[in-house]
Ligand binder design. Structure first.
Ligand code: 4NP
Length: 153
């Protein structure tokens, strides 16, 4: 089983979408995908309604997810840790205990060479258009990740 963790700040907007999208592209017998937030601001909450809606519009149900905080043990549980922006990167790497932990952490757009940005913008304070943009960035990134993981790269 290969394990992948998606991380953002609140675990209610970006990383729940990333979790749902990547899950839909990988066989569940071989891959476990989860998400977490660097903050505990929304612990136990469902994803933001705008994320639930943009996912539904694209045929995915992410409404059963629950927000949780990233914990140090996640470095042991997960093979790959994908963060949405540099601030998430710094917060997660700050908790790393060694270089093996640090090496697991990647910006999710790092493997999407045609993306116009390396960061998935935080859509929390913006309008719905922001969520469409986030969905598109994450869908492209997850296509690349799914190809890399299933080709044994
Ligand atoms: P996320 O978005 O990190 O994509 O889940 C945010 C959600 C909530 C907050 C910030 C970002 N907040 O400050 O409550």
């Amino acid at each position: 089983m290969t394990t992948i963790l998606m991380v953002c700040l609140g675990n209610i907007c970006r990383s729940p979408l990333a979790e749902g999208i990547l899950k839909s592209k990988l066989p569940s017998e071989d891959f476990f995908v989860d998400s977490a937030g660097t903050s505990g601001y929304h612990e136990g909450e469902k994803p933001d309604l705008r994320s639930i809606e943009v996912a539904l519009k694209n045929g995915l149900d992410i409404s059963k997810q629950k927000s949780r905080r990233f914990i140090v043990e996640d470095f042991e549980t997960y093979d790959y840790i994908y963060v949405m922006d540099h601030s998430n990167y710094n917060d997660v790497v700050h908790l790393a205990r060694n270089t093996s932990d640090t090496n697991k952490v990647k910006l999710i757009l790092e493997h999407t060479p045609d993306a116009y940005t390396l960061e998935v913008p935080d859509p929390y304070y913006g309008g719905n258009r922001g969520f469409d943009n986030v969905y598109e960035l994450l869908d492209n990134a997850c296509n690349q990740i799914a190809i890399a993981l299933t080709c044994g790269e």
